[in-house]
Design a protein around this ligand. Structure first.
Ligand SMILES: C[S@@+](CC[C@H](N)C(=O)[O-])C[C@H]1O[C@@H](n2cnc3c(N)ncnc32)[C@H](O)[C@@H]1O
Length: 211
């Protein structure tokens, strides 16, 4: 894959274009990645990943198998068992670089009330580890995108502070609207309600650059 260069026939969906090499992380049932690939008419520049193994994915999400099949038909690379905190050394990712690395609604799992200090700490560990790994996987001027709820208790995660610990600078905080991504179904992503959606409420896509 090449670093970003805009060509004739480039297709866009919100922040993303068919010319960008895009890595999606922790993508639930893969409906976000498929939304991008469908809009571009191609997934050839997309690497879509889940923490779940393929078997876990299929027992957790009713649409995962068909989403993965369609992504692969469109030419995307689909990888399973990819831990966001160690993805820079994953055998199928190292030493690849990307223009955009996207983690929508990172969440370490439901382990008690979301306002409990230790629960927030577990989410922070995930996001901290993701930033540290992702910063090593960017082309020059590449961007890391995290979509996250902005109200209490989610605002207590301190996304910008966690990014700054990995020397990432906020370029933009853009309002997130799920309607911008046709076919995307945001998933709870753990517990017996894994395949259910959740109320999005107020949230933003935080866009970070190195430096
Ligand atoms: C709230 S769900 C959001 C899922 C998906 N991004 C979406 O928007 O529908 C949180 C996701 O984070 C993933 N996750 C949790 N820990 C992870 C890790 N260490 N590495 C990669 N993904 C992780 C879960 O598997 C789950 O898919």
């Amino acid at each position: 894959m090449q670093a970003l260069g805009v060509s004739a026939g480039t297709k866009w969906l919100k922040h993303y274009s068919s010319d960008q090499s895009i890595l999606t992380v922790g993508d639930g049932d893969f409906s976000f990645s498929l939304s991008l690939a469908t809009a571009f008419g191609s997934g050839k520049n997309i690497v879509a990943t889940s923490l779940d193994t393929y078997e876990e994915l299929n027992s957790n999400y009713s649409d995962a198998a068909s989403n993965v099949r369609e992504l692969e038909r469109l030419g995307a690379t689909v990888l399973h068992g990819v831990d966001a905190k160690e993805m820079n050394v994953h055998a199928d990712l190292w030493p690849r670089l990307f223009d955009r690395i996207v983690f929508n609604f990172p969440h370490a799992g439901f382990n008690g009330r979301e306002d409990k200090v230790d629960v927030i700490k577990s989410h922070q560990e995930l996001v901290r580890g993701f930033f540290a790994a992702a910063r090593n996987m960017l082309f020059r001027r590449g961007e890391i995108h995290v979509t996250h709820k902005t109200k209490h208790p989610y605002s207590n995660w301190g996304i910008k502070q966690l990014a700054s610990e990995s020397s990432l600078t906020l370029l933009e905080e853009a309002a997130f609207q799920i309607q911008d991504y046709p076919g995307y179904n945001q998933k709870r992503g753990s517990s017996w309600r894994c395949d259910q959606d959740f109320a999005i409420g107020d949230c933003s896509t935080f866009i970070f650059l190195k430096g």
